[in-house]
Design a protein around this ligand. Structure first.
Ligand code: GLN
Length: 314
């Protein structure tokens, strides 16, 4: 049964923004990375890019922010491109049910992280992206990939954020050293984390991020150019991982309320793919207790309700 009424996406975004405006500033801005604590908590932006190329935006959708763990989707894509299914020898595909930076599970599982989206798993993936490269080359490859996907040349890394994170990344050093002790990292910890902190410090706007993620909503292709980024099967599988693992121990709740594959970051961003429909990015820096954007999650729930885009049915 086809729906004859086209969605007025701009009106939906305007309504979401209006409804959430009284709540701007709710949640807790991440402060364990000192540079992130400086962000204005009342920022809010949202961008929807449909598979036919239409862009709809509201609020601060063109203001760059720190994409943090959303970068893990793109390094996973790069690692799969380089190593194929071999990456699954180094990292699992199961939801973790624990915090994004948990150490306990890693010891139980002998240095094989549960999935590529918790910090330990993403660090293992970055180690794979580093294969055959210096850290500088690997960082360059990641930035070029983002620019290519977003089709914008002015995407940059915020070096202040990268430095701030390197200076205070005690837990990430612990996770990486732990994996290295199990023989599960090929490169020196300083190199792997150097790349990891820089990928997390990519600064992108909601519009740029939604454009970069569009291939996940479009069966692996950049719809307008027709270029293939990954195969249809691979896009489907990355989406499955985002749905089950993209929000750490809040993944079940996000699937329940939004019903779309998504990946959050502690900068307050969330990237979502609505397969066959659109790519969506939202940014609101205040986080909930799982480290996912509080109002960003709510905005996506409102969007999913209004559009009927949930992968579990309208
Ligand atoms: N760079 C952050 C960290 O490693 C990423 C975490 C996140 O966005 N959840 O702690």
């Amino acid at each position: 049964m086809s729906d004859p009424t086209p969605l007025d996406l701009q009106a939906i975004l305007d309504d979401i923004y209006r409804d959430l405006t009284p709540r701007l500033g709710e949640g807790k801005v991440a402060d364990y990375i000192p540079q992130l604590a400086r962000v204005n908590p009342r920022r809010f932006g949202m961008a929807v890019v449909t598979v036919d190329g239409a862009v709809h935006m509201v609020g601060d959708a063109e203001v760059p922010f720190s994409i943090q763990s959303i970068s893990k989707v793109f390094t996973l894509t790069l690692a799969l491109g380089k190593h194929g299914e071999n990456i699954w020898k180094r990292v699992g595909r199961e939801p973790s049910g624990s915090a994004f930076n948990s150490i306990v599970q890693l010891e139980h599982e002998h240095g094989i992280p549960r999935n590529p989206f918790i910090n330990a798993g993403a660090i293992a993936i970055t180690d794979l992206v580093l294969a055959g490269h210096t850290p500088k080359e690997a960082i360059g490859e990641i930035v070029r990939f983002m620019r290519y996907l977003a089709d914008e040349d002015d995407i940059l890394i915020d070096n202040e954020v990268a430095r701030s994170e390197a200076a205070t990344g005690y837990r990430n050093f612990a996770l990486a050293n732990f994996m290295r002790s199990f023989g599960k990292l090929d490169h020196p910890v300083e190199h792997v984390l150097g790349v990891y902190f820089h990928q997390c410090a990519l600064a992108m706007s909601c519009r740029q991020l939604a454009k970069a993620g569009l291939f996940l909503a479009a069966s692996g292709k950049v719809p307008l150019s027709g270029h293939s980024v990954v195969s249809r099967q691979r896009a489907r599988r990355i989406n499955a991982l985002m749905l089950t693992c993209g929000h750490y121990d809040g993944s079940g709740e996000f699937a329940y309320k939004v019903g779309l594959p998504g990946k959050s970051g502690v900068g307050g961003g969330i990237l979502v793919a609505a397969p066959g429909k659109a790519s969506v990015a939202v940014w609101s820096p205040g986080l909930n207790h799982n480290g996912n954007s509080l109002l960003g999650s709510l905005a996506l729930e409102m969007l999913a309700n209004r559009t009927g885009w949930s992968v579990f049915g309208a």
